[in-house]
Design a protein around this ligand. Structure first.
Ligand code: AMP
Length: 388
């Protein structure tokens, strides 16, 4: 079965075509800078890679470009003959608790959720609308970043603010990166040969955006991102947890506007705020004190979340690192785990070698490094919808 996965951003489309259920990637296309003067297209199939610059006016033209590449290289002759198309949708609100077959009602609901994800849902929707136009008879599936966290208990998802703000205005924690946490849970289950529904794990998705998740018996019971992806861990450009009074102070005392504060917290904080760089690879190559401080701060926050989630879960089978930083930045993992409480011990050599199992034999909890694959998760979810 051929299942396409579309991750449509405000100025980009990431497209992957899978042969399912094998999960083999038949083609990968990334179009960036859509709507700008010149757009960049990266196309990979088999072991070949092509990069093209051209004008791609909008998502419609973007998808047309993808379809013509697939056609030209003989990968898919007729786009409308695909078995399914899975779409990443960032916000599913309180409406969507699992992958959902897209129809007019679902489209309307995704539209209604735009105020909760003004940067993401419109772009995700654009991808859905364009691909429905191109393949009207192909089943299209929405896979929500929030869905995996849908079953968090109320005491986890409520903020300690006026209850009416939740009831009337939907202000609560939703959590994000759900496809990644869920994928890593599945892979951990395979690795440990233990059913996912019997696993208690802490997953740490550490990328440019980062979140932690406490998973009890296969269900997310807490996660570090909240109403938006700004809360929680220290990230590449986002602050993570701060005292909300800082926001009032910046406005009242420093005279900054709402938009300026928004930009500071989302784009100029986190690693880039402390040391001027958000890319961990280049921070690791830098010798200066602030670079060191930024990573130490990030690792400390990770450690604090691990501790909190250990307390919530009681028994923990594994702590799993994933995402660009989690999978590769051994120094960050080592710093987050060094002198850890509760008998957790890292094997420094295995960690240095980026092995899958990086805990010492005497560690009370297994420490794992597992590569995430959100697109493959979306393809799997789309396949399971077809089988229902
Ligand atoms: P992601 O958002 O998951 O793509 O992760 C991006 C982050 O992972 C960036 O901060 C990268 O610098 C970091 N990263 C990727 N590869 C490596 C590596 N080999 N060593 C250290 N950090 C890395």
């Amino acid at each position: 079965m051929k299942i396409a996965v579309i991750n449509s951003g405000s100025s980009s489309i990431k497209f992957q075509l899978f042969e399912m259920p094998r999960g083999e990637v038949l083609a990968y296309v990334l179009i960036e800078k859509i709507g700008e003067f010149i757009s960049d297209t990266t196309f990979k199939y088999q072991d070949k890679k092509l990069t093209v610059t051209s004008v791609v006016k909008d998502h419609h033209e973007g998808l047309e470009k993808i379809i013509s590449l697939l056609n030209e290289y003989g990968i898919v002759k007729d786009f409308a003959s695909l078995d399914a198309i899975g779409h990443r949708v960032v916000h599913g609100g309180e409406e969507f608790h699992s992958a959902t077959l897209i129809n007019e009602h679902v489209i309307q609901k995704i539209q209604e959720l735009i105020p909760l994800a003004p940067l993401h849902n419109p772009a995700n929707l654009e991808g859905i609308l364009v691909s429905r136009k191109k393949a009207p008879l192909v089943p299209q599936v929405a896979v929500f970043d929030t869905a995996f966290h849908f079953h968090m208990p109320k005491e986890a998802y409520l903020y300690a603010i006026d209850y009416e703000l939740y009831e009337k205005n939907n202000i609560r924690r939703y959590g994000f990166h759900g496809s990644s946490h869920a994928y890593v849970l599945e892979e951990t289950s395979k690795y440990l040969k233990k059913d996912a529904s019997a696993l208690n794990i802490i997953t740490l998705h550490l990328g440019n955006g980062s979140s932690a998740c406490a998973i009890k018996n296969g269900i997310s019971i807490d996660t570090s991102m909240g109403f938006t992806p700004l809360e929680g861990l220290m990230m590449g450009t986002r602050s993570g947890d701060i005292d909300p009074s800082i926001i009032f102070y910046m406005q009242k005392e420093l005279g900054l506007s709402v938009d300026e504060v928004d930009t500071i917290l989302n784009k100029k904080s986190g690693l880039i705020g402390i040391c001027g760089k958000n890319d961990v690879r280049s921070i690791l190559e830098t010798e200066d004190e602030k670079a060191k401080l930024a990573l130490t701060m990030m690792a400390r926050r990770i450690k604090k979340y691990i501790g909190a989630y250990m307390a919530l879960l009681g028994h923990v089978d594994a702590i799993v690192f994933t995402g660009g930083i989690g999978e590769n930045a051994r120094d960050v993992r080592a710093m987050a785990l060094e002198e850890m409480a509760c008998g957790i011990v890292i094997d420094k050599e295995k960690n240095r070698e980026n092995e899958t199992l990086i805990s010492a034999k005497n560690s009370s909890v297994k420490l794992l490094v597992i590569k995430t694959d959100e697109e493959l998760y979306i393809a799997r979810e789309s396949l399971s919808i077809l089988h229902h």
